[in-house]
Design a protein around this ligand. Structure first.
Ligand code: 6PG
Length: 248
C-alpha cells in the first residue's frame, strides 16, 4: 500500500472513532506479554478516547500496571498550562486509572530549554528501549497515536520544517510551531514514531476534510510521510472523510 495514499477506515462520528480506537489500543496492549508502551498524541481529537479509556469499561480491560505512557510531542510549556499535551492526558485519563507513577514518562517541560528537553527525552526513550539504535524487528512502542493538523502536520512535524528530514535524533526541539499554539515544541522524529507495532491516526470533524482530501491526492504533507514498522491504521470519522466514503 502506498503510504502516501493512506487507506482510511471511516466510522460514523467522533464517539465511534473513540470506541474503535479504544478497542484497537486495548487489543494491542493486551497482546503484549510484559511491559507495554503507548505513545500518546496531543491536540483535542484524542480527548474522547482518553475519557473512554478512563471509564469503568476499560478500567478492568487493560493491564495498567505494566503499561508505560509516552508522548509523541508536546508543547514546551509547564504541565499545568492548558496547552500541555501531558497535562491534558493526565487530567482526562492518567489521574483516573491505576498507573504506577514511574510508568508515566512526560516530555520534561521543566528543562532549561526545548533542546535540553529533547536530549533528556531521547535518553529516557533509549533507557526504556535498552539501546541507542532502533531495531525494526523490536519496536519501541506497542501503539503510537497520531493526529493531523489542518496544515497536514503530525506530532510537531510541520510542513517545510527541517525536523522532517531528521533521521539520526530520536527527539528534537521545534523552535517555531507551524500552527497554533505558536509555542516551542518537542517532538519525536519519524523513525522513532515508526518504531511501533501499530501507528493509529485519529482524524475527526469537518475541519479535517480538506487536509484529508489533500493527503489522499498524494500531496507530500508531513502526515503522509509518517510510516510504521508495524501496522499503519487511519481511523477517520465521516465528517473528516473526503466525499463518497462508505462507513465501516
Ligand atoms: C499537538 C499534536 C498534533 C495534533 C494535531 C491535531 O501537539 O498539537 O500532537 O500533532 O495531533 O495538531 O490536533 P487536533 O486534534 O486538536 O485537531
Amino acid at each position: 500500500m502506498d503510504p502516501r495514499r493512506p487507506h482510511l477506515t471511516v466510522v460514523a462520528d467522533a464517539d465511534a472513532l473513540a470506541q474503535a480506537a479504544a478497542e484497537r489500543v486495548a487489543s494491542r496492549l493486551n497482546e503484549a506479554s510484559d511491559a507495554a508502551a503507548v505513545c500518546l498524541t496531543g491536540g483535542s481529537t484524542p480527548a474522547r478516547l482518553y475519557a473512554l479509556m478512563a471509564n469503568e469499561r476499560y478500567r478492568g480491560a487493560l493491564p495498567w500496571s505494566r503499561i508505560h505512557w509516552f508522548w509523541g510531542d508536546d508543547r514546551f510549556v509547564p504541565y499545568d498550562d492548558p496547552r500541555s499535551n501531558f497535562g491534558a492526558a493526565r487530567r482526562i485519563l492518567l489521574d483516573h486509572v491505576p498507573v504506577p507513577p514511574d510508568n508515566i514518562h512526560p516530555i520534561p517541560a521543566s528543562s532549561a530549554s526545548m533542546d535540553e528537553a529533547a536530549r533528556r527525552y531521547e535518553a529516557e526513550l533509549q533507557r526504556f528501549y535498552g539501546a541507542d539504535r532502533i531495531d525494526p524487528r523490536r519496536p519501541l512502542f506497542d501503539v503510537v497515536l497520531m493526529g493531523v493538523g489542518t496544515d497536514g502536520h503530525t506530532a510537531s512535524l510541520f510542513p517545510g520544517h527541517a525536523e522532517l528530514a531528521q533521521t539520526q535524533r530520536w527527539v528534537v526541539g521545534v523552535p517555531q510551531a507551524g500552527l497554533e499554539p505558536f509555542v516551542p515544541r518537542v517532538t519525536l522524529t519519524f523513525p522513532t514514531l515508526a518504531s511501533t507495532r501499530e501507528m493509529l491516526f485519529l482524524v475527526s470533524g469537518e475541519s479535517k476534510r480538506q487536509v484529508m482530501t489533500r493527503l489522499l491526492s498524494g500531496l507530500d504533507l508531513p502526515a503522509a510521510r509518517a510510516y510504521a514498522d508495524g501496522n499503519l491504521v487511519w481511523l477517520v470519522d465521516r465528517d473528516a472523510a473526503p466525499e463518497q466514503r462508505d462507513v465501516a
